[in-house]
Design a protein around this ligand. Structure first.
Ligand SMILES: Nc1ncnc2c1ncn2[C@@H]1O[C@H](COP(=O)(O)OP(=O)(O)OP(=O)(O)O)[C@@H](O)[C@H]1O
Length: 246
């Protein structure tokens, strides 16, 4: 099998809700093993873009290629098996199941592997710092540990690409540092990362490239130092409510 250096190609992706166009001809590529941040004001279309890549919403027009394959019209389970995983802005564990069982669901149904998944699950629980909570109900976890569990469930599907949707929201600065460390480890181990986040200080400790969406269009794409000083980005994004910008 050929490894495509361009892991993700989003070409002229568009999406409307009724008469309202929320994404307009968004085009970008992400290379294998890159870490890319996505910034943009509230309502810019960031979560919608993730929903299009993960297959939770249908594309209106355009295409999405992943690892050389056109997946833009495939259902979410096909995309998970192809190697796309995501975390949600509001963690969505199975509250009454244990932490271990939550990870097991990802490993069993997401990865497509057969056989005993306990070793793989325990490994992920160790990596994400959740091993000692394995037997607890997911609903009893602190916010930081719920965020870790979002990552663990996504990692259990053995993704090539992980989409992180505002995963640092609501954490204290110290907790945010811990999460940043964990995401850096996941990236260093070879997983491609795309991270939508408003906490720019956290984002730039992980990513080496930033994309900015405003009103459904891509207005900047490049190294963080360049993008954060782009006059249009300053007006459209940082000119709004104060942001945590370095
Ligand atoms: N299912 C839906 N039905 C109708 N409108 C929607 C739906 N989902 C999102 N929208 C609208 O699409 C626009 C983009 O929303 P989206 O959640 O993608 O923005 P965002 O950039 O992720 O914002 P935030 O930073 O606040 O999370 C918003 O105006 C939103 O109200």
């Amino acid at each position: 099998m050929v490894d495509h250096p361009r892991l993700l190609k989003v070409n002229k992706a568009a999406k409307s809700f009724g008469a309202v166009r929320v994404l307009e001809d968004v085009t970008f590529t992400v290379d294998r093993r890159e870490a890319v941040g996505i910034l943009g004001p509230n309502g810019a279309g960031k979560s919608t873009l993730f929903n299009l890549i993960a297959g939770e919403l249908p594309l209106a027009s355009g295409s999405i290629h992943f690892d050389g394959v056109d997946l833009g019209r495939s259902p979410p389970d096909v995309r998970v098996k192809a190697g796309i995983a995501r975390s949600y802005q509001i963690p969505r564990p199975f509250e009454h199941m244990t932490v271990f069982e939550n990870v097991l669901v990802g490993a069993t149904f997401g990865s497509g592997r057969s056989g005993d998944q306990s070793t793989a699950c325990n490994d992920i629980l160790h990596r994400t710092g959740l091993y000692r909570f394995a037997g607890l109900a997911a609903g009893s976890l602190t916010l930081l540990n719920r965020k870790r569990l979002e990552l663990a469930r996504a990692m259990a599907t053995e993704p090539q690409l992980i989409l992180l949707d505002e995963i640092a929201g609501g954490l204290t600065p110290a907790e945010c540092d811990e999460l940043v460390g964990l995401i850096r480890e996941i990236h260093a181990a070879g997983t491609t990362v795309i991270w939508v986040e408003h906490i720019v200080n956290a984002l730039v400790r992980v990513v080496d490239r930033l994309i900015v969406l405003a009103q459904g269009t891509l207005i900047a794409d490049g190294p963080p130092a360049v993008v954060l000083n782009d006059p249009r980005v300053r007006t459209e994004y940082m000119g709004g409510p104060s942001k945590d910008v370095p």
